[in-house]
Design a protein around this ligand. Structure first.
Ligand code: CAP
Ligand code: MG
Length: 429
C-alpha cells in the first residue's frame, strides 16, 4: 500500500501548471505542524486519514498536492496543487477542494486560505467580466474621475414611485450611478418589474435633460432561474447594470449569469462575506473571494473603503484593489494582467459621507466607484442636497482644494461637513 507524503519542502512549484495556495494554519493541541500540513494537503487533494490501497503511487505522483513551504513561527504554509485536481471553469469544484473539508478537520484548530495564484490555463477557462473597469468607463464616458454612486435609502421601505423620484433627484444633482440595496429584491410593496420600469424611465429623462450617461444597478438577487428572468427584464427595459449579492447567491450563479452574455454590467455586492472572511485566523480572505468574483465575471465589486463603517484594513483593501505592487506575485487581485480576463472595478461603500472623500482618494485613488447611502439620503436638506454635497466634495478633491475651503461657497458641502463632522468610525475590535 502506497504511503503518500504530502509535505515536500524544497519542491519547486510549477506556476504554469499548478494552483498555489497560501494558508495560515494552527494545529490542534498535540498535533505537530508538519502533521497538520500533511493532513490539509491530503484532504484537499487525494488523501484520506489512512493510506489507501486504491490509490496508485504512479497516479499520486502526478496529481498529489505538495506542501513546499512552511514557516512554523508565522504559521504559514504554501501548497502546490496540480491542475489535474481541478475542473476548468468551475468555482464550485475549486471551493469543494481548497475551501472544503479541510476547514472542519479535528487536527486543525484554525485554518485560513490567505491567497491563491492561478496559472494562465486555469484563468483562461473562465469568462471574467464582460466590461470590467475600462468597459464601465467607456460606457459612462467618465474617463478618469471618481464615479459617484448612491444606494437609495432606506434599504427597504420605499415604493417604486418614491424610489424613481429619489433616483431622479440624485442623478440630476451629480450622481452617476443609483443602486438598489442588498436586501431590496421583489417585495410586496416594491415590485421588482414596476421598480425597474419606473427607475429606468427616470434615468432616461435625466439622460435626455443632461446629455450624460447614468446607470441604475437593479438588484436581481434570487434563485438562478428567477435571477436570469430579472436580468432579461432589465435588459428589455434598456437597463445596463444588474446587481447580484454574490455570497448569498453563490459565485456559480454569477458564472451562470455571465454565460448568458446579456451585455449587462454585473455589480457584485458582497453582503455576508464576513461570515467567512472576517475572523483573522479561520476562513477565506476577501482577497481570495475578490479573485474568484473576477474569474466568475463581476465587473464592479464592493471591496471596502478603509475610512468608512465597514471592517477591512488599509492593507487588505489596497491589496484587493491592487495598488500595492512591490512584489507582483504577492499582490494581485482585481487589476493584475490576467491575459484574457478584464480587470474588475472596485467599489468603495459603507458609511461614506463627503467629509471622508479626501481620505478615501488619498488611500485608494480615484479609479473606483464611491458609493453614498446615508451620506446622501441623510443630508439635513434632503437627498438632492446630499447628492450635491457629494458632487462638490468630489470636485474639490479633483481640484486639490481642501474641503473646508471649497465649502465656504458650496452650501450643501458645508452643511454635510458640519452634520457629519463627528462621525469617525473609530471602533476597536
Ligand atoms: C452602504 C450599504 C452597502 C455597504 C456594503 C449598506 O450604505 O448600502 O451595502 O457599503 O458594504 O447597506 O451599508 P451607507 P461593503 O452608505 O448608508 O453606509 O461595501 O463593505 O461590502
Ligand atoms: Mg447596502
Amino acid at each position: 500500500m502506497a504511503h503518500i507524503g504530502f509535505v515536500q519542502i524544497g519542491y519547486k512549484p510549477k506556476y504554469d501548471r499548478e494552483i498555489i495556495t497560501t494558508f495560515y494554519v494552527e494545529p490542534s493541541a498535540g498535533v505537530a505542524f508538519n502533521e497538520v500540513a500533511d493532513a490539509v494537503a491530503g484532504e484537499s487533494s487525494i488523501g484520506s486519514w489512512t493510506d489507501l490501497g486504491t490509490l496508485k503511487k504512479s497516479v499520486a505522483e502526478k496529481i498529489q498536492a505538495r506542501v513546499f513551504y512552511i514557516d512554523v513561527k508565522k504559521k504559514i504554509m504554501k501548497i502546490a496543487y496540480p491542475l489535474a485536481l481541478f475542473e476548468l471553469g468551475s468555482i464550485p469544484q475549486f471551493l469543494s477542494s481548497v475551501g472544503g473539508n479541510i476547514f472542519s478537520m479535528k487536527a486543525v484548530k484554525h485554518l485560513r486560505l490567505l491567497d491563491v495564484e492561478f496559472p494562465k490555463k486555469y484563468i483562461d477557462s473562465f469568462q471574467g467580466p464582460a466590461f470590467g473597469l475600462a468597459g464601465i468607463r467607456k460606457i459612462t464616458g467618465i474617463k478618469k474621475r471618481l464615479i459617484l454612486g448612491s444606494i437609495i435609502k432606506p434599504k427597504v421601505g420605499l415604493n417604486p414611485d418614491e424610489q424613481a423620484e429619489l433616483s431622479y433627484a440624485v442623478w440630476r444633482n451629480g450622481i452617476d450611478l443609483i443602486k438598489d440595496d442588498e436586501n431590496l429584491t421583489n417585495m410586496s410593496f416594491n415590485n421588482f418589474e414596476e421598480r425597474v420600469r419606473k427607475v429606468l424611465k427616470a434615468l432616461k429623462k435625466v439622460e435626455q435633460e443632461t446629455g450624460l450617461v447614468k446607470l441604475y444597478s437593479a438588484n436581481i438577487t434570487a434563485p438562478p432561474d428567477i435571477m436570469l428572468e430579472r436580468a432579461k427584464f432589465v435588459k428589455s427595459q434598456g437597463g445596463k447594470v444588474v446587481m447580484v449579492d454574490i455570497v448569498s447567491t453563490g459565485l456559480d450563479s454569477v458564472q451562470y449569469l455571465r454565460k448568458q452574455n446579456l451585455g449587462l454590467i454585473i455589480h457584485g455586492h458582497r453582503a455576508g462575506h464576513s461570515t467567512f472572511t472576517r475572523y483573522e485566523k479561520h476562513g477565506i480572505t476577501m482577497l481570495v473571494l475578490a479573485k474568484l468574483a473576477r474569474l466568475a465575471g463581476v465587473d464592479q465589486l464592493h471591496t471596502g473603503t478603509v475610512v468608512g463603517k465597514m471592517d477591512g484594513t488599509r492593507e487588505e483593501v489596497l491589496t484587493i484593489n491592487q495598488l500595492l505592487q512591490e512584489d507582483w506575485r504577492d499582490y494581485h487581485a482585481l487589476r493584475e494582467d490576467w491575459s484574457s480576463i478584464k480587470p474588475t472595478m472596485p467599489i468603495a461603500s459603507g458609511g461614506m459621507h463627503p467629509g471622508l472623500l479626501p481620505k478615501l482618494v488619498e488611500s485608494l485613488g480615484s479609479d473606483l466607484i464611491a458609493n453614498f447611502g446615508g451620506g446622501i439620503h441623510g443630508h439635513v436638506d434632503g437627498s438632492a442636497a446630499g447628492a450635491r454635497g457629494c458632487f462638490q466634495a468630489a470636485e474639490a478633491v479633483e481640484k486639490g482644494i481642501p474641503l473646508a475651503v471649497y465649502a465656504k461657497d458650496h452650501d450643501e458641502l458645508r452643511k454635510a461637513l458640519i452634520q457629519w463632522n463627528n462621525v469617525k468610525y473609530k471602533y476597536k475590535r
